[in-house]
Design a protein around this ligand. Sequence first.
Ligand code: GLY
Length: 310
Amino acid sequence: MLPVVVVHGGAGQIPKDRAELSMSGVCSAVRAGYGVLLGGGSSMDAVVEAVSLMENNPAFNAGCGSVLNMKGEVEMDALVMDGRTLASGAVSAVRNVANPIQLARLVMDKTSHACLTAEGASQFARSVGIPEVSQESLITEYARMRWRKNLAPDANPVECQMGKMGTVGAVAVDGEGNVACATSTGGMLNKMEGRVGDTPCIGCGGYADNKVGAVSTTGQGEAIMKVTLARLILFHMEQGQSAEAASDLGLAYMQSRVSGLGGVVTVDPAGRWAARFSSQQMVWAAAQGDALHWGLWTGEHFTQNIGETS
Ligand code: GLY
């Protein structure tokens, strides 16, 4: 069994001028997560590290760089799940924290609850010493430009569609065969205030169970919730499907049943992995052994030695 980390930086249609940033962002994140595993960290440590990096990277719709809601504000969702115990932690509609994924982990580690929302999540963040950050520090020029553009009466539906997707996530298997997942998002562009998507919901934005594997999802949140996409994929794995086949089955069901598009990264406890999507594109990367794999466009998959820098 080879330890592995697989990350995604969101499914959808990725604008050309954002592609390079997204690719380098997922490669940096997967290297960081994999470095945690090589240093003896757990799969949970690895996925939280990888997702924290993507939250800090303004190229992604999570943390700094999150899309804005109808009021022009950032509200974020995040989830972690530990395959050893099925413990999970989540935050929803949370504001003013730089790394919702770290807050979600603290919900798992320090409370008896699975999810804290909105002001309650912020209060918990303060109580455990997470520094409050300003809304402005989470909002990029790019996010504000898209928000304004999508409010316009003549908004381009293609641009609107791009805004509906994107999330970051990671799955990992460590040297002891423990699996974990982490998923974080700013949600949907111009969403209603208080809208909570699939990301913080167990079985939707992610799921991890040492007996089967782990999944992190991205895509149209309301569709993902209808089919509980992450758990559906693990169900197919329980029935004997590979990580790749199960991911394709789950995504195909979501598309045929509720016309939903998205993407997933999936691992099984033996370290076999998949990065699959039904959307036009999904930016993803995987690190295992000496190899770094990554991809963006359908059908294109690149591999290099993990020691190489470009
Ligand atoms: N999948 C992210 C969201 O819809 O919020």
